[in-house]
Ligand binder design. Structure first.
Ligand code: PRP
Length: 209
C-alpha cells in the first residue's frame, strides 16, 4: 500500500528533505519543486505534499496523509488526536515568556496582557501558574507587541534569541523545548502497519541525536 506524507513547508522543509535523503528515500522532486505541491518518491511507494504546519496536522487527522512532519509548537497549540511517534531532532527551539526588562509580568499588579501566535499554549501556561491573564492572538512579529504597548509580555518560540535581543526583550521563563516531530494517523497506523513501521524504522536510524 502506498503512504502519503504531509511535510511542513518553510523552516522545517530543508531538514525534512535531508532526513529523507539520509534514509535513502528519493525526495529529489521536492528539491526542484517550482509551484508544485505534490511529489512522488521514485524509490518507494510514497507521495509527499507540502503544506503549512497546522494544515499538516489537519491532513493527518483526516487520514488524507498517513504521516506528518510538524513542529512540537504546532502540536501543542492544536488538539490533535494523532500518534506522535518520533522526535526528529531538528527545528530545535523553545517556548519562552518574554517582556521588556522594566515590565516583569510576574510582579505586575493588576491586569496582565500577553501577546502570542500560540494562544492555547499561553493560556495553558498561565493557568498552570495560577495567573489570570488576557491573551491576545497575534499572527507574526510578536516581539513588536510589547514595544508598542499592545501587551505586557509575549509567549513565543525562540531559536537563537536574536529577535528578542535586537528588540530589547528579555526571557522571563522557558516553558518547554520544541523540535520537529513525526505524527501518524491512528487508523493508518493499524491499516498500513508494515509500510509505516518500515518508514519509521528507516528514519529512526538516521536521526541526529
Ligand atoms: C519566529 C518567532 C520569533 C523568531 C525567533 O518567527 O516568532 O519571532 O522566529 O527566532 P530567533 O530566536 O532565532 O530570533 P518567524 O521567523 O517564524 O516569523 P513571524 O514572527 O513573522 O511569525
Amino acid at each position: 500500500m502506498s503512504i502519503s506524507i504531509a511535510l511542513t513547508k518553510g523552516r522545517l522543509e530543508e531538514e525534512s528533505i535531508k532526513l529523507l535523503d539520509k534514509a535513502h528515500y528519493d525526495p529529489s522532486e521536492l528539491k526542484n519543486k517550482g509551484r508544485k505541491l505534490v511529489f512522488k518518491d521514485k524509490s518507494a511507494d510514497i507521495n509527499y505534499f507540502l503544506v503549512k504546519s497546522a494544515d499538516s496536522i489537519t491532513y493527518v487527522e483526516h487520514g488524507v496523509a498517513d504521516i506528518g512532519v510538524v513542529g512540537k509548537d504546532t502540536i501543542l497549540e492544536s488538539d490533535t488526536n494523532c500518534y506522535e511517534v518520533l522526535d526528529l531532532g531538528f527545528g530545535k527551539c523553545g517556548f519562552i515568556v518574554a517582556s521588556l526588562p522594566e515590565n516583569d509580568i510576574y510582579k505586575k499588579v493588576g491586569h496582565v496582557k500577553i501577546g502570542s501566535k500560540y494562544p492555547k499554549v499561553a493560556k495553558d501556561y498561565f493557568k498552570d501558574k495560577g495567573m489570570d491573564v488576557e491573551v491576545i492572538k497575534i499572527e507574526g512579529s510578536v516581539e513588536l507587541a510589547p514595544i508598542l504597548g499592545l501587551c505586557d509580555g509575549i509567549v513565543d518560540i525562540m531559536e537563537t534569541g536574536t529577535t528578542l535581543r535586537e528588540n530589547g526583550l528579555i526571557v522571563l521563563d522557558r516553558i518547554c523545548d520544541i523540535s520537529a516531530r513525526m505524527i501518524v494517523n491512528k487508523a493508518s497506523f493499524k491499516m498500513k502497519q508494515k509500510e509505516i513501521g518500515e518508514f519509521i524504522e528507516k528514519i529512526k536510524k538516521v536521526i541526529d541525536k
